[in-house]
Design a protein around this ligand. Structure first.
Ligand code: SF4
Length: 55
């Protein structure tokens, strides 16, 4: 993946992710999938980036 093509529409600080644009706080993917691990999500912490991949 070209990490210099970071996506200005997706800010992300999870630089442990293989899809992170390492030079700045953005995702390098053109799109991501967001989901939840909860039955009834009510807060930010209930949501997950399902495109996360460990570096
Ligand atoms: S895939 Fe998700 S966790 Fe990984 S850099 Fe992109 S937004 Fe962040």
């Amino acid at each position: 993946m070209d990490k210099t093509n970071y996506n200005h529409s997706i800010r992300c600080s999870v630089n442990q992710c293989a899809n992170h644009a390492q030079s700045d706080d953005y995702c390098a993917l053109s799109q991501i999938r967001v989901g939840t691990h909860e039955n009834d999500p009510r807060d930010v912490k209930c949501t997950d980036c399902e495109s996360f991949k460990i570096r």
